[in-house]
Design a protein around this ligand. Structure first.
Ligand SMILES: [Zn+2]
Length: 441
């Protein structure tokens, strides 16, 4: 327990009062006291895991405060359970000793509060005025951490910690009038879960780079996962979906559901060990290396959405695999020397499709985590450099696959039966939908 002088009455009934070790500035002029039930039970559990990992690995527990904050004993867990069962009576408070000037700059609410004289009988601790807050302590921590340490949302990597920080700011923004921070956080969340293919590809490059780095440098193997720390985790899509529903940011759902759909449940590092032991890992697409999904936070309705979407995506891909050669871009071969191109013969496109696309994708269809966006990207590369085709036909084959990829992306809201709010509507209403295939099924 932290040594605090003159604990006010409001905090005396609590089981523990802890000063956050990262935010106890010696020249602080105000104390934020945060009690209250956590918004995200699961998020708390993840953060709890992080704290236990730190202490297990002999993390920097130098002071009593750190000891209090980081250790997760069975006593703490019992308290958490009690608190969960009786959310009206929080048993803990976290104190942040910070500066009015910093709070004032970030929040109109605090700016107003500090502009009027405070009552003379205000509670104090260590001689500093206390402000009692009933919010998720993790949200407040993320908010304070952001305003002190990382006022650079645009440059943070695409990781779970970045999403946690942004989502906390948006959750707190109405209550504390975060007029400057909230739009930047919203912009960042929308760019991380974009509505355009261009942005998706850009983000995916970053995700792939982080995943490879995690797998090769951190983990020391291609398999990924076993030695990664919480700081390596990429954004977990189930919490993004839950957040989008709660905050009504529906335009990020198609990208989030798609990302979730391509993560195989078989490789989920959070599966109980007994389910995985003795089995060879399925060769899922880049699973591990920081990617994971906490499917237990999905609502039953969103589970349903996920299952429908996965089935629709598979059906779309089977369709492409069988009938892609009927694309309007599959034009007659114009090579001067017909022997230079396999498409010059009668039935060339169909045969080519069966033998090249069909063979390339046979194994992929058997996998649980089907990533059509990635598969089509690879296929496009294959046909563009296929030496059995003349240069004109390579370009045409590349167009077929590229066009199919654009169509697939535009269909995401349909696959997941999602509403199309404005950003999606724009994509569909401004021009005719991409029509690459003559449907003759
Ligand atoms: Zn040709």
């Amino acid at each position: 327990m932290t040594e605090l002088s003159n604990i006010p009455h409001a905090l005396k009934g609590l089981n523990s009062v802890v000063v956050h070790p990262d935010f106890k500035f010696p020249d602080a002029d105000v104390v934020l006291s945060v009690t209250g039930r956590c918004l995200y039970e699961k998020q708390l559990l993840v953060d709890t895991d992080i704290r236990s990992n730190h202490s297990e690995s002999g993390g920097a527990s130098t002071s009593d405060d750190d000891e209090d904050f980081h250790s997760q004993t069975s006593r703490d867990r019992r308290k958490e359970r009690e608190e969960k069962n009786n959310p009206e009576k929080p048993s803990q408070a976290t104190l942040f000793k910070v500066h009015k000037s910093v709070l004032r700059r970030a929040s109109e609410f605090f700016a107003d509060m500090f502009s009027i004289p405070q009552p003379s009988n205000q509670d104090t601790i260590d001689g500093l005025p206390i402000i009692y807050m009933h919010d998720d302590p993790i949200d407040i921590h993320n908010f304070i951490n952001h305003i002190y340490n990382s006022d650079v949302l645009h440059y943070l990597p695409l990781r779970q910690s970045t999403f946690n920080m942004m989502s906390s700011i948006i959750r707190l923004s109405r209550k504390y009038l975060l007029l400057r921070l909230a739009p930047a956080a919203m912009f960042r969340i929308r760019s991380d879960w974009p509505t355009t293919l261009e942005e998706w590809d850009k983000n995916d490059l970053q995700v792939v780079a982080i995943t490879r780095w995690n797998a090769q440098v951190r983990d020391g193997s291609q398999d990924g996962g076993s030695r990664l720390g919480p700081e390596d985790l990429l954004v977990e899509p189930c919490r993004v979906i839950r957040f989008a529903r709660q905050e009504n940011i529906l335009e990020i759902l198609p990208a989030a559901f798609y990302h979730l759909s391509r993560l195989s449940s078989l490789n989920d590092p959070h599966r109980p060990r007994s389910c995985i032991e003795g089995r060879k890992r399925a060769h899922g697409y880049w699973m591990g290396g920081g990617r994971y999904a906490t499917r237990s936070v999905l609502t039953p309705a969103d589970w349903d959405t996920l299952m429908i979407g996965k089935a629709e995506i598979r059906a779309w891909f089977v369709n492409f695999r069988q009938y892609g050669w009927q694309s309007i871009h599959a034009t007659n071969c114009g090579a001067d020397d017909p022997s230079s191109c396999v498409l010059s013969s009668q039935g060339g496109w169909k045969n080519y499709w069966d033998e090249v696309i069909g063979v390339q994708t046979r194994k992929i269809l058997a996998q649980d985590g089907l990533d059509v966006m990635e598969v089509l990207q690879v296929l496009r590369h294959v046909v563009l450099y296929d030496e059995n085709l003349c240069s004109g036909c390579r370009v045409q084959a590349g167009k077929i696959v590229g066009c199919a990829r654009t169509e697939f992306w535009d269909c995401l809201p349909d696959f997941f039966r999602l509403k199309r709010p404005n950003p999606w509507g724009g994509i569909w209403m401004e021009g005719e939908p991409v029509d690459c295939f003559e449907q003759s099924i």
